[in-house]
Design a protein around this ligand. Structure first.
Ligand code: SF4
Ligand code: SF4
Length: 192
């Protein structure tokens, strides 16, 4: 692939590329435009950055993880999402130690269903660790919870009828990626 392609063109010309569009994309566009109001970025670059959102790099994934860590208000919506949570054996053991309960009792208490590979599934309907004051095991919550937003974005981006975001922060975070990509595109073009 040519080195002269801009960062966004590199994504948009990939044969497997599929654009992100629809009502959510429009809201993300308005959000990103507001953030870029003083940066003199071409509108077409912002639009292309929106289109490119189905492709997430490792840096983007790290950014989403960091933003969730920083801004999650622990509303508990993702703890009642009906989607079972994957918990590894190590994670369940850590939780049992944290809660001063035997591993066996904990598995029974949370109705952990074996996945067949040592890990278990625990229902989030609601999650058995959700208490009246929020997650009772927050400091040691399973990685499925830590990466909830990233995993939801990755899976919902494949939804042809448009993503259904569970967390109110999702479009703000996508807009931050759009801002980052639009500015990278601008700086790349200016450096030529
Ligand atoms: S829905 Fe979002 S804000 Fe609420 S607990 Fe989950 S990650 Fe945090
Ligand atoms: S373990 Fe905690 S953060 Fe994860 S779904 Fe349950 S209550 Fe929510």
């Amino acid at each position: 692939m040519s080195r002269s392609l801009t960062p966004l063109t590199r994504i948009l010309t990939n044969p497997d590329f599929e654009p992100f569009s629809g009502p959510s994309a429009k809201r993300v566009l308005e959000n990103a435009k507001r953030q870029l109001i003083e940066d003199d970025v071409d509108l077409i670059d912002i639009v292309n950055a929106i289109s490119s959102l189905r492709v997430l790099t490792r840096d983007d994934s790290n950014l989403i993880y960091e933003l969730q860590e920083k801004y999650c208000n622990k509303c508990g919506k993702c703890c009642r999402n009906n989607k079972p949570m994957d918990v590894t054996k190590r994670e369940l053991k850590t939780i049992s130690e944290y809660q001063h309960i035997s591993y066996k009792k904990l598995k029974k208490h949370v109705k952990a269903l074996p996945n067949g590979d040592g890990s278990s599934m625990v229902t989030r309907n609601p999650c058995p660790f959700l208490s009246s004051i929020g997650c009772a095991i927050y400091p040691i919550r399973p990685s499925d919870c830590k990466f909830f937003l990233l995993n939801q974005i990755l899976s919902e981006m494949k939804n042809n009828s448009g993503p259904r975001w569970l967390c109110h922060m999702t479009e703000d975070f996508l807009a931050k990626i759009v801002v980052k990509r639009s500015l990278e595109e601008k700086h790349f073009k200016e450096s030529k």
